[in-house]
Ligand binder design. Structure first.
Ligand SMILES: Cc1cc2nc3c(=O)[nH]c(=O)nc-3n(C[C@H](O)[C@H](O)[C@H](O)COP(=O)(O)O)c2cc1C
Length: 385
């Protein structure tokens, strides 16, 4: 069985949540583990008022018993605390329909217009309630499970913010765990103190002018064994799977592995990571421009990914749009919104990276239980000696 997950729920509905299948039995997990990840997703300078309305907490309703997974589908709910104020808007009851509640002015950059035309709706609420990044709360819950699973294979995942609104951080040439630790105290999750202050100031300016900002975050997976993914089929290539998973995060418009776009302008002699060997360590490299992936397969180096996030599409000073009922020019609907969500998106990026690696780890080492997985993993590591 492979690992898979599906999210469900609308932004202002009763709950959002996730169903995860394929986790081995015996994986230790607690509600606190999930809440810690949810809290990271809610933090970061630039978030909107909603983050203070909702302190997300997870409720595990199946698949876990006495602190461990039991191999059955895991279902987790995250209650939307704003539900009480939106009972009518999101009611399942036909009698609650109210034309006055309809949203009629699509926001450029959102799924509003494309979704409206695709599903033949006459109310943008039917689109935005699901296209909203509130859905990422479910992904982050799933990510907490995947991270626990990956830890059994010695894999840890980190993220930090490299750029917001054109302000670039200097990233220290340190191990990923240290860069992550340095970013922890920053209000924008960036390891560069001076750049963090400038990023926060840029967010303040955007808030004042009714604008929004995007940026760049990095995700690193450390400790990956050699041989996750494969070059034998395009579907197995792990770089492609990672790119797809990260690109599926709302507002992510670019994904780079290793040197990425920079590699395109350099000669091969400056890009490819030369191979060395020592008896004590085995194969080594002095550089990691490949970002831990060659031929779609992990090569044992850190997996390094960077993601570009576009600016948030709901502007306090709304952009030009059209009223879908009159077809007359109008400004886009004002929707309560973040000014910048790059630090939060980085946490979602970790979750999606963890998912792709969890699938690859399960494919390679199998195991219906944690005990069996650990035996398989250890046997594979022993063979390499
Ligand atoms: C963590 C996170 C938070 C977001 N918060 C908002 C928000 O408050 N307001 C908004 O308009 N868009 C927000 N977005 C972005 C939109 O969800 C996204 O741009 C939109 O769904 C359209 O999808 P696309 O940008 O991938 O085309 C957020 C994205 C992420 C990852």
């Amino acid at each position: 069985m492979t690992i898979d997950f599906a999210t469900f729920g609308e932004s202002h509905g009763k709950v959002v949540g996730v169903i995860i299948e394929g986790l081995p039995a015996g994986l230790e997990i607690s509600t606190e583990d999930l809440d810690a990840e949810l809290s990271r997703r809610q933090s970061g300078y630039g978030r909107g008022a909603r983050m203070t309305v909702e302190k997300d907490t997870a409720e595990i309703v199946s698949g876990v018993r006495w602190g461990k997974t039991i191999g059955s589908p895991v279902c987790v709910l995250v209650k939307n605390r704003d539900w009480e104020n939106n009972r009518r808007l999101l009611s399942v009851d036909k009698k609650s329909a109210d034309a006055a509640l309809k949203i009629l002015r699509p926001r450029p950059g959102h799924a509003d217009l494309a979704g409206l035309l695709k599903y033949r709706f006459d109310d943008i609420t039917d689109v935005l309630e699901r296209s909203s990044a509130r859905e990422t709360a479910s992904r982050v819950v799933a990510g907490a499970f995947f991270k626990k699973y990956l830890a059994l294979a010695g894999i840890a995942i980190y993220s930090w913010v490299e750029e917001i609104g054109g302000v670039k951080a200097d990233i220290p040439p340190l191990a990923a765990a240290k860069v992550f630790a340095a970013a922890k105290s920053s209000p924008v999750s960036s390891p560069d103190v001076a750049a963090s202050a400038k990023m926060a100031a840029a967010i303040d300016v955007a808030r004042k002018t009714g604008d929004t900002l995007g940026g760049v975050f990095a995700v690193a997976a450390v400790g990956s064994p050699v041989g996750l993914g494969s070059y034998v089929s395009w579907k197995e290539r792990l770089d492609a799977r990672l790119a797809a998973a990260l690109m599926s995060v709302q507002a992510i418009k670019g994904v780079e592995i290793g040197a990425g776009f920079q590699a395109a302008s350099l000669p091969g002699s400056k890009v490819h990571d030369e191979i060395f060997y020592s008896k004590s360590v085995g194969y080594t490299r002095k550089t990691n421009n490949a970002g831990g992936l060659e031929g779609g397969t992990t090569n044992g180096q850190d997996i390094k990914i960077r993601c570009a996030m576009k600016p948030i599409p709901s502007l306090a000073k709304p952009l030009a749009s059209v009223d879908i009922s009159t077809k007359k020019p109008s400004s886009a609907a004002p929707v309560r919104s973040d000014v910048c969500a790059v630090p939060a998106a980085a946490v979602v990026g970790e979750a999606m990276t963890a998912y792709v690696l969890a699938v690859a780890v399960r494919d390679k080492f199998g195991g219906d239980s944690v005990a069996e997985f650990t035996e398989n993993f250890k046997a594979s590591a022993d063979k390499k000696k």
